[in-house]
Design a binder for this molecule. Sequence first.
Ligand code: SER
Length: 565
Amino acid sequence: MKSAEIRKKFLEFFQERGHKIMPSSSLVPENDPSVLFTTAGMQQFKRYYSFPDEISSARIATCQKCLRTGDIYEVGDESHLTFFEMLGNFSFGWTRKNADLTQTNAGKSYFKKEAIEFGWQFLTEELKIDKARISTTYFAGEKEIPADEESAKILEGIAGLDEIKPTGFSETFWSLGTEGSPGGPTVEFYVDGIEVWNLVFNQFVLREGKYQPSEFQGVDTGMGLERLVAVIESKSDIYETDIFLPIISEIEKISDKKYGENKREFRIIADHLRSAVALISDGVVPANKDRGYVLRRLIRRAIVKGRQIGINKNFTADFFEDKNVKTELENEETKFRKTLENGLKIIETQKEFSGKVLFDLYQTYGIPLEIVVEEAKNFGREIGSGEIQESEKLLRQHQELSRTASAGMFKGGLADDKIETTRLHTAAHLLLAALRIVLGADVSQKGSNITEERLRFDFNHQEKMLPEQITEVEKIVNEKISENLPVEMEEMSIVEAKSSGATGVFDDRYGDKVKVYMIGDIENPFSREICGGPHVARTGELGHFKITKEESSSSGIRRIKAILE
Ligand code: SER
């Protein structure tokens, strides 16, 4: 059975059982600044575990493209991948009291019993995997979260399933882990000791760092297609399945080397280029920060591995048809190859690798840190974790600086880029959010001018502000300063910015993408404003906020002057 057939069988199996088949979402999550990439099938449905009436079907199945870079250093062995497809079935809006609670999807939701039975049926009847090869685990309970006895009972009732093992929180409890995320105990299916399917029973919601029982229960399952295919094709090596064979044999052709003798390099090239293509297809371009930087690292590492097996000319674009993908890969490779040789020579001859040397190798030759570490190892030198941390710090500082510089000619009424001015700029965002609380949500900014001494801020309001209103605004701003809230920036389209509720000027002079600065919890920030920056990293840097003047600016427009003490 080939991968395409297995994928199809999965979706059909769940369609026959009342699931609506939905398309994969983009690798770049929409309207979710809390994550860089889509890492799980449930991500696009996160909200519906709490608001099940908003979803068009209580049962859904997908094949979701995912990218996880946490294990990037493991890639090269038999089973690790950065990009993979996740097969999943989902159910929303089930409650213990009454499975029929939701209006639109009455009676369609399911929970542990059906989810476990569907899983077992699919593996043993549809894929015809021998029952004796399958084992399972369930959540044994930890701290205040009780054991999942319910799942244990259901598993015990399945004829032919002999191995059922209780395991701990890190194995059999799953959640995205961000504030407001659903989470719960899991049941895992293993085939020949390899974990293939994770069934999550969302019965909690993460609030203020604690898993609280949730109003609705739901199901979120995920099964890595590549791993499943390896199991079905009886391959211990994922790269020998029909998913990877075409790319592996292409690398053999280009390098004139055998996979069997260069497995690690071949696997890294195959995995990284597959991820790179998926990212480019979803609109990511190589860059020096965020998603673009991840993409750049993947492409460059593939090139360095290619060089290690003797590929000394551009090759990354050779595997693919799409014109845009080819162009991006070709450009990036040409750029990188120009300085690669010089950089590698330095690595070869370098005696000491301080954090500064590591950073310079990246800065001057574009060689990402992990490549320097690996290459140095090839020459018999270990780089300490202290040096790595130091270079990562330098890189972050550098990215921060270029972000500030690229914010351009100090938009938002800033006179300069002095740190005092930047602090007052962040204070202006807090001020607007506080005014909207005290005077009403129709207050918007009508102009501003910020120097290193003071901020001047115009906004629409009919009457003079009362003294107690001024005091209240000051109090709110100072509270937010003392909470030392993080300031985060996310680039998004104007439409996304609008729908996220951001304040600010929505005219076209901003171009397609706009920067949105958020102050506070990223899921529910205190302030969310379209703005070119720059801003401080945390509100704690601001000091004490004081309004020095409140006056009329023009008809219907008030003006506040304020300082930070
Ligand atoms: N969300 C779970 C996982 O990623 C199951 O889909 O493993």
